[in-house]
Design a binder for this molecule. Structure first.
Ligand code: PXL
Length: 284
C-alpha cells in the first residue's frame, strides 16, 4: 500500500522525473512507470527519450522517433522555471548522446535527491534488438554516477563485462553486487535471481554497511515484457517512501507475481502484464 493510502491522503511531496522511452503500445517503460509512481502518491514528471510504436521485444516493424534533440530544450526550460526533483529514474535509453544529458540533470535534484538507474538494455543473455555495445558503454558511465542501480542478471553481466550465466550461485551474485557497487552506486539490486527451484526474486547490497538483503517470491511459469520496468517503479516508490530495502523488494516481487496472475488467464495478452488491475485493487 503506497504512502498516500496509508497516511490517509496526506500529501506526498516527493517529485520524480522518469527518463525513458514511450512505447505507445506494449505496457513498458514510461507507460508503466508514470501510472505506477502516480498511484503510489508521487508527482511524476516524464522526460521521454524516444517514441516507439511498440516496445522492441516481440513486435517487428516498430517505428522510432528519437527525441535526443528535444530533451535538452525540455530540461533547460525546467532549469529556467527552477523545477526540482527528489529523484531522477532512468530506464531504456536508445541513443548514446542522452547519457551526458542525464548526468548533467543532477543539478535538477533537491539536496539529498537520488539518481536511480535501471539499466534496461538486455535480458535472457542478450541486448534488446535496437541496442548495441555503445549503449552498454554509456550505461556503464551512467551507473558510475548513480546512487541506486537495479540491473537484471544479463544487464549486470554486460555492465561488469563478464560472461552471461543464466543462474549464478549466491556467491557469484554477491560478488557481482560488490563489483557493481565498486563502480559507484551506494545501493545495487540484481533482479531475476533464483537459488532454489520454484523461487525467483531480487538481491540488494548496500555499500555503507556491506549488507546483503534477499527476497524471493513464487516463480511464475510465464514471463512477460515490461515486468522489469514495473518492478523498478514499485521498488523506487517504496524506497522513496522510506520503506526498508527488504519491504521494498518484497512489495516489488509480490506486485509482479500478482500482475502475472492477472494476465495468465488471458492468452491474447502476451506483450505486457495487466498491472492496472493490481494497482486498482491495491490503491482503492
Ligand atoms: O521493458 C524494457 C524496454 C523498454 N523500452 C523499449 C523496449 C524494452 C524491452 O524490450 O524495447 C523500447
Amino acid at each position: 500500500m503506497g504512502n498516500a493510502s496509508r497516511k490517509g491522503w496526506i500529501m506526498n511531496t516527493k517529485k520524480i522525473v522518469s527518463v525513458q522511452d514511450i512505447s505507445c503500445y506494449g505496457q513498458c517503460s514510461l507507460t508503466v512507470a508514470q501510472p505506477v509512481l502516480s498511484a503510489y502518491g508521487f508527482e511524476t514528471a516524464i522526460l521521454p527519450s524516444a517514441i516507439l510504436s511498440t516496445h522492441t521485444g516481440g513486435f517487428t516493424g516498430f517505428t522510432v522517433l528519437d527525441l535526443t534533440d528535444e530533451m535538452p530544450k525540455i530540461v533547460n526550460h525546467w532549469r529556467s522555471e527552477k523545477i526540482k526533483f527528489d529523484a531522477i529514474y532512468t530506464g531504456y535509453i536508445g541513443d548514446t548522446r542522452q547519457f551526458a544529458l542525464i548526468k548533467e540533470m543532477r543539478d535538477l535534484l533537491n539536496p539529498g535527491g537520488l539518481l536511480i538507474c535501471d539499466p534496461a538494455m538486455a535480458d535472457h543473455g542478450k541486448l534488446y534488438v535496437a541496442l548495441n555495445e555503445n549503449i552498454v558503454a554509456g550505461m556503464r558511465e551512467l551507473v558510475r554516477e548513480s546512487d541506486i542501480i537495479m540491473p537484471n542478471i544479463t544487464e549486470a553481466c554486460f555492465l561488469l563485462d563478464i560472461p552471461y550465466k543464466e543462474a549464478p550461485t549466491r556467491d557469484e551474485i554477491n560478488s557481482m553486487l560488490k563489483d557493481l557497487a565498486a563502480m559507484g552506486p551506494d545501493t545495487v539490486i540484481i533482479t531475476g535471481v533464483s537459488y532454489e527451484e520454484g523461487k525467483l526474486g531480487a538481491v540488494a547490497y548496500t555499500k555503507a554497511d556491506s549488507k546483503i538483503t534477499e527476497y524471493f517470491a513464487t516463480r511464475m511459469e510465464k514471463s512477460y515484457h515490461g515486468t522489469g520496468d514495473i518492478f523498478s517503479s514499485v521498488l523506487i516508490a517504496n524506497l522513496l517512501d522510506g520503506k526498508t530495502l527488504y519491504d521494498s523488494l518484497a512489495d516489488a516481487c509480490e506486485f509482479i507475481v500478482e500482475c502475472i496472475k492477472e494476465t495468465m488467464p488471458d492468452e491474447s495478452h502476451v506483450y505486457g502484464v495487466k498491472f492496472e488491475q493490481v494497482l486498482a485493487k491495491r490503491h482503492k
